[in-house]
Design a binder for this molecule. Structure first.
Ligand SMILES: NC(=O)c1ccc[n+]([C@@H]2O[C@H](COP(=O)([O-])OP(=O)(O)OC[C@H]3O[C@@H](n4cnc5c(N)ncnc54)[C@H](OP(=O)(O)O)[C@@H]3O)[C@@H](O)[C@H]2O)c1
Length: 254
């Protein structure tokens, strides 16, 4: 399991949200490149399934159970990955996904705070946990996860749109700050990715309409996002930082 062209062979990659969906597929993609992967999430069984899957295919993968809104849990995950695999070279802060539509008039203060915590503060906390080590070593690649909902108004709830727009700015400002110290920070903003959860919840007629709303005529796949993450982490993207890639089938309006 290795491809020397990407420069990812032997790299340590930590992926939050690695227990399912986009994050799990990203973990598989990095492992296929020969990277040593740590998947982070709250669901231990789901994490174990990803570890078994990747290990069974000959890759290196461990799991760390952590809620990404909890700094102490993230710190524990950092200790675990460093002791088992070594310092993290590539950090993919992908956990989140509280986009369920809610009319703004019904969006309670409590829900607003939950969504901001889950989809924006978590990205800051995750990066804050791993950045000191990257700064010390003078290299690293951070990939953040935004959403099409953070790029233009959408059906998602207001807090999710604002949180994801915040992730784009977090990426730009941090890239500016840590670029001179050898660290790149880039962002992915997907639209309508057909994960297991989306498959289970989106009726066929809605799926057809959503597909038709994208110039490329289909929904995205978790692998569309995973391949973008590979590129951003690879040597091929060595001159890229502070950017957001819209993995959106051409549905880009800004
Ligand atoms: N699917 C799409 O169309 C789409 C589009 C744009 C952006 N995104 C973004 O892509 C990311 C992944 O989404 P997905 O579609 O793959 O969703 P998913 O299948 O629901 O997976 C969400 C992942 O995030 C983890 N997670 C969520 N909150 C967490 C928390 N507080 N602590 C630790 N882990 C947490 C979950 O882990 P556990 O369940 O193990 O806790 C799970 O691994 C999200 O940030 C989402 O906003 C998705």
């Amino acid at each position: 399991m290795s491809n020397t062209h990407t420069g990812l062979n032997g790299k340590v990659v930590l992926i939050t949200g690695g227990s399912r969906g986009i994050g799990a597929q990203t973990a598989r993609a990095f492992a296929t490149e020969g990277a040593k992967v740590c998947v982070v999430g709250r669901d231990e069984d789901a994490l174990d399934a990803v570890v078994t899957d990747i290990s069974g295919a000959g890759g290196t993968c461990i799991a760390a159970v952590a809620d990404v809104t909890d700094s102490a849990a993230l710190e524990e995950a950092r200790r675990r990955v460093e002791s088992r695999l070594g310092p993290v070279d590539v950090l993919a802060a992908f956990a989140g996904g509280q986009g369920r539509p809610i009319p703004s008039v019904d969006l309670t203060e409590e829900r607003w705070r939950q969504v901001i915590d889950s989809d924006l503060t978590s990205v800051f906390l995750t990066i804050r946990t791993f950045l000191p080590g990257m700064l010390e070593r003078g290299n690293g690649s951070v990939i953040t996860m935004s959403s099409a909902a953070g790029r233009q108004p959408s059906q998602a709830n207001l807090a999710y749109g604002v949180a994801n727009a915040g992730v784009v700015m977090l990426t730009r400002q941090l890239a500016n700050e840590v670029g001179p110290r050898g660290i790149r920070v880039n962002c992915i903003a997907p639209s309508s990715i057909l994960t297991e959860k989306v498959k289970a919840n989106m009726p066929d007629d809605v799926r057809a309409k959503v597909a038709a709303a994208h110039p490329l005529g289909r929904l995205g796949t978790p692998d569309d996002v995973a391949q973008t993450a590979l590129f951003l982490a690879s040597d091929a993207a060595a001159w890229l930082t502070g950017i957001t890639i819209d993995v959106a089938g051409g549905r880009v309006t800004h």
